[in-house]
Design a protein around this ligand. Structure first.
Ligand code: FMN
Length: 352
């Protein structure tokens, strides 16, 4: 395996929404790779204007740079300005550097993974917070929601989860991105990593096969309650804190989101070094962005009016940070997940 292949082998462990891995690699020369990105806005309601995919592209480029530094190489990435935003291309060039600084975050690349199950409630130490703030750099501020705010956020997430579960547009995504009956998946999110207990998982696997079942279950059997308690309310309470990565200047371009993705990944890898687990909680930010742009994302009017109400609630809690936040999640110590997403093998990601 060449040095570049060794670096790509590690870079592919970067996180992406629903494990979509929106990237392919073209090795042009010993010191040059073109990353062919894409997004999923055509079919995924969560990928609003491709922004979450662009965060993932940033995470990939950051992971690539960290893996390169671990091999004594400096990786410099530039986006081709003429490539469309929905299919961005990045030239990554590698150069040998003599006095390269050691890269401690490299040790966390493969270990970093989402933990969606309850975490410990012990508060973060000042040193942990300081390291996480340093990880995102000067362009961003990490805002913590702890103590009583934790319950406020848990309740907000519980309400947002209802939108996710009653919107037919979201159902289509969940049906396609969850790998049922599995602990590991190269292309999807295994159901065992989602955070439901085994019985509810089995029930959901059956219900989710058809929209008519989901509707019946929701209408007559309060079907959203058990999953929302298990996936949102309990984990929302059982963590050290919720947090936002807030850009000092509002992110508006693809380059802003790619840069934000790099910061997000540095924070996530730093958390991993401290044995802290992270779960992204992007739904409130994404649905609030639809509301800000006045773009109904569901054919059901009831869902749109709920989304508008919840966006108002989010604004009450975090104020103008709702506009400048590029990432939201929860964090805490706890045990490692027993299930996780894997990745497509490198051979599948290489293109000519
Ligand atoms: C931009 C972005 C948004 C994400 N949003 C969510 C989310 O809202 N909820 C969640 O549970 N996981 C979310 N994830 C986590 C991905 O599902 C996860 O990274 C992916 O499935 C790969 O799994 P791994 O991180 O455990 O390797 C998000 C990840 C990224 C990069």
């Amino acid at each position: 395996m060449s040095a570049i292949e060794r670096i790509l082998e590690r870079a592919r462990w970067a996180p992406s929404g629903d494990n979509s891995q929106p990237w392919r690699f073209e090795v042009v020369a010993d010191d040059h790779v073109v990353v062919h990105g894409h997004d999923t806005r055509d079919w995924c309601i969560y990928d609003i204007d491709g922004r979450p995919s662009q965060l993932a592209h940033g995470a990939l480029l950051e992971t690539l740079a960290i893996a390169a530094r671990d091999q004594g190489l400096v990786a410099t990435a530039t986006r081709r300005p003429d490539s469309p935003d929905a299919r961005p291309q990045f030239d990554v060039r590698f150069a040998r550097a003599d006095a390269i600084q050691a890269e401690p975050l490299a040790a966390a690349i493969e270990r970093r993974t989402v933990q969606r199950r309850p975490l410990r409630r012990r508060a973060l130490q000042p040193a942990e917070k300081a390291a996480l703030q340093a990880a995102v750099g000067d362009g961003y501020e990490v805002r913590w929601l702890e103590g009583a705010n934790r319950a406020t956020m848990a309740l907000l997430l519980f309400h947002y989860a209802k939108l996710r579960l009653i919107a037919p547009e979201a159902y289509a995504v969940h049906r396609d991105v969850i790998a049922w009956n599995s602990r590991f998946s190269e292309t999807k999110v295994p159901d065992a990593a989602v955070g439901l207990d085994p019985l509810t998982t089995r029930l959901m696997a059956w219900v989710m096969q058809r929209w008519s079942r989901v509707e019946f279950f929701n209408r007559y059997l309060a079907g959203t309650v058990a999953p929302r308690v298990q996936l949102d309310l309990v984990p929302g309470l059982a963590c050290a804190a919720h947090f936002l990565i807030v850009a000092k200047d509002e992110a508006t371009t693809i380059d802003d989101y790619v840069a934000a993705g790099r910061a997000m990944q540095r924070l996530w890898l730093t958390a991993t070094m401290f044995d802290l687990w992270v779960q992204p909680e992007m739904t409130p930010l994404i649905f609030a962005a639809y509301v800000r742009r006045d773009r109904p994302f569901s054919r059901k009017p009831e869902i749109w009016s709920r989304a508008r109400k919840l966006a108002g609630r989010l604004h009450q809690i975090i104020g103008d940070d709702a506009r400048r936040a590029v990432f939201m999640g929860r964090i805490g110590a706890g045990s490692a997940p027993r299930a996780r997403s894997l990745r497509r093998p490198l051979a599948e990601l290489l293109v000519r």
